[in-house]
Every structure is written in C-alpha cells, then in structure tokens.
Write a protein that binds this ligand. Structure first.
Ligand code: HSE
Length: 444
C-alpha cells in the first residue's frame, strides 16, 4: 500500500533483463501515473535479474535493483508478480513453477517453453490458483492471444495461417525487392541484431513452429507435438524462386498453417515456405512484420498484422498481460477504466491545424488559359499544385482536370474551393478528397 495516497501497489520482478525485460521496465516506469489511474493500483518494477550487474544498459536502473540470482526475486516476499523473460527452457521452467508454488502469477514471452511444457505449466498455474500470461509469446506486439481467446470466442477455426517469424520475413522481403542473395541479407540481419543466437530458430522455421503449436492449442485445445509436424525453413529459397513466384501472382512467405477439418476432426499444423497469392494480406505483409489470418466460423476472416518482435512492441504485450493479471488479482472485472482526460491533457484540433495534401477534380471549359486561371486561384490561397492531368471530354467543349496539391491546411483549401466555385469556366462544383498520409502530424 502506498501510504501517501492510499493506492495499492503491485511490485514486479523481472527475470532476464535483455531487450524485452528492459523495455518492460522502461514502459512501466514511464507511464506509472497512467497505470494507477486506470487500475487504481500502482505497478512498480522493483527488481530484475541479469547475467552481469556491471554491463552498461540503456534503461536507468539502480544496481541495488539488480541481482544475478533469479530465484531470489521469485522468493522475495515483497515481489507480487513475476515476468519471466530469460528465455530458454530448463531454468525458465523451474523458476515459473516455483513462482506458481509461491502463489505468484507469471507473465512470459517464452514460446519455446510454452510449446514444450505448456500443458504442465497451465495445469500447475491452475492448481496454484494463479495466472500465466503469455500474450508476448506469439507475434510480439500483435494481440493475437487475446483476440483468439476472448474477442473471437464465438468462433471455430477451420484455418489460421500467417507469418510468425519477423527475421525470416525480413530476409525474404529484401531478397525479393532487391534481388540480394540469402547469405548477403542474412549478414545484414545479423548486424542489425535480428537473428536469434540459435539461428536455426529463425532460419529453419523452429521459432514459427513454436508459435504455431501455441496457436493450435488455443484454437483447438490440443497440444501438437513439434516432432510430428512439418517444419521447413527458408535456406533453400533463391531470388530466382521469389521472382518466379511474382510472375505467378504470388509471394513466397514462410507461413505457419493450422487447418482443422471439422468433418473428420483432423488437425494439421505445419511451418513451411509457400507461394501465397498476392491478393492475400499475408502476401503483402513484408519486412520484419508478422501477420496472422484467422478464419472463424462466425465472423469470417480477420487479419492482424504488426511488429512481431522488438523491444517496445513485445514489452507492450507483456504489460497488457500484467494489467490483466493485476485485474484478476484485485478482482477488477471487465475492461480497465476509460481513459478520461482533462482539456489540458488533450483537446480536439481545429480544421486549420490539420495539414495534408488534396485531390481535386474539376470540370472546366476547354479553352486556352483555363488551367492557368485555376492555378492562380489556388495560389491566391497559398495552395500549391503537385500534379496536374487533363482529359478532354469527347464531343463537348469541357474537360476534366485532376489536380493534387502539396501539403496545405483545410482552411486554405476550403477558401480555394469557394473561389473555384465562382471562377469563370469552372462548370460543376469541384470534387475534393483528402490524400491520406499515415505519417501526417496534426499541427496545433
Ligand atoms: N526471432 C523472432 C522473430 C523474435 O524474428 O520473429 C520474436 O519471436
């Protein structure tokens, strides 16, 4: 309990302070007031275990919060909740089971552990009356576990498939776009720190297979044995294959596929490179992104894409589990409190503050100087043209002019349109659309 404001606290211990562990610590600390606001409980990252205390780290943390003894964190009576982010199987399993015995819930990103021992771990958690959160174990920042278990609970799943490994997708994307060899892109990927220490996990489909096994369990309630399924990697794919696939209207992607036949009750799980037709969103999911297509018996197909790895996305999923576990522990039912903010914190932007470019279609009289008049009219309102195209209408003295503008604001554009409406030679009311720019920033 926080004596100053009577808000309860949950102390969090992080086992493993690598990329995801540090990200989790950082985001818990940075948004401390927000957690207290939506949960009525303070989330305090209290201790973390590391291999070496002296090592330089990007995240600010006092030496006294660090230990090389993970077990001491699990045993610490001050620690309420454990994040197991050390990876690997044996030690992680011992620590997780020990935390359950101590009555502590655990959040993990450890797909290999769940794939190998999920059955035993879920049973142990249930027996101990604690929770085991594993949103971060599949597809990093994509909330696939929650969607599958909660949002799509009304469905059966004849097909779930997608890209479950970002590193192999990065390699295939660059090979395809740039015609660079597998070995050359792999060298870059290593330098960027994308490739797991055990490279087979990324390159031979094993990491994707761990994730596919977890999804198969969540969707169908059966643990499929890793040894019994087809697992192939990307090493044999050449740039020639990728170009040939393109000509066939496809992209080669490393996909995890979970098919269930509800007539004969068979389930098949596999990870392999496949030609995916370009009209599938999964085929257009490139770079380090992951993508998962879920075909549900009630809703039809839902596709989720996003960052499947990396510090911030994965930490986001870890924290989402922490919030859920705290809600369960504190008996907070339903969603967290709504994000009510004061006008000082956030206020609606006026139209004049929204920057962007525009598409404009004009029907004009087809005569000399008409286009110049239009351009002058726009310039008067400081709207600058980016592109112009003109199509004469057959058997008529009018033509259609299509313009796009450089960045401007809605106010200038509205003023320009008002002028254009009365401009001599403009026949119909101008048609105006915004050009959507996902990177646009609201200027306030
Ligand atoms: N190596 C994994 C990937 C990390 O590339 O997707 C996230 O599991």
């Amino acid at each position: 309990m926080n004596a100053e404001n009577n808000i309860q606290t949950i102390n969090i211990g992080i086992l493993g302070f690598g990329t995801v562990g540090q990200g989790t610590w950082k985001h818990l600390e940075e948004n401390d007031k927000f957690w207290a606001k939506i949960l009525g409980v303070e989330l305090i990252p209290q201790r973390a275990s590391v291999r070496s205390i002296e090592k330089a780290r990007n995240v600010k943390i006092s030496d006294s919060a660090l230990t090389t003894d993970s077990l001491s964190i699990v045993d610490d009576p001050e620690i309420d909740l454990i994040c197991e982010l050390i990876g690997g199987i044996e030690e992680a399993k011992i620590l997780t089971l020990h935390a359950f015995e101590k009555g502590k819930s655990v959040v993990t990103a450890n797909k290999a552990l769940i794939c190998e021992h999920g059955d035993e771990l879920f049973e142990a958690a249930e027996k101990a009356g604690v929770q085991y959160g594993f949103e971060a174990s599949v597809a990093g920042g994509i909330p696939i576990i929650k969607v599958l278990r909660e949002s799509m609970v009304a469905n059966e799943f004849p097909l779930i498939y997608g890209i479950l490994n970002g590193t192999s997708n990065y390699i295939l994307t660059r090979m395809e776009r740039e015609g660079v060899s597998f070995e050359d892109v792999l060298t870059d990927a290593r330098e960027l720190g994308y490739v797991e220490a055990d490279e087979a996990l990324d390159l031979d489909g094993v990491d994707a297979a761990h994730k596919a096994v977890i999804l198969a369990y969540l969707a169908h309630g059966i643990w499929v044995n890793l040894e019994d399924i087809t697992v192939e990697g990307i090493r044999r794919i050449s740039t020639e294959d990728l170009q040939a696939a393109r000509k066939l209207g496809c992209k080669i992607k490393l996909i995890g596929v979970i098919r269930r036949n509800f007539e004969n009750n068979h389930i098949s799980v596999g990870v392999y490179p496949a030609l995916v037709p370009m009209d599938e969103i999964i085929a257009r999911t490139d770079g380090v992104y992951n993508g998962i297509s879920l075909t549900g018996s009630v809703v039809g197909t839902v596709v989720l894409t996003g960052r499947g790895a990396g510090q911030d996305p994965t930490a986001g999923s870890v924290i989402s589990d922490i919030v859920d576990l705290v809600k369960a522990k504190k008996g907070i039912s339903g969603a967290v409190k709504l994000r009510h903010v004061t006008p000082n914190e956030c206020k609606p932007a006026k139209a004049v503050e929204i920057q962007g470019s525009f598409y404009l279609r004009l029907t004009v009289e087809d005569r000399p100087g008409q286009l110049a008049k239009v351009a002058d009219c726009l310039a008067e309102h400081e709207v600058s043209l980016a592109t112009v195209s003109q199509r004469p209408k057959s058997k008529s003295a009018t033509s259609t002019v299509i313009l796009t503008t450089h960045d401007t604001n809605e106010h200038s554009m509205n003023m320009a349109i008002q002028s254009l409406e009365t401009l001599q030679g403009v026949i119909e009311k101008p048609v105006l659309f915004r050009v959507f720019d996902p990177n646009a920033v609201s200027k306030g």
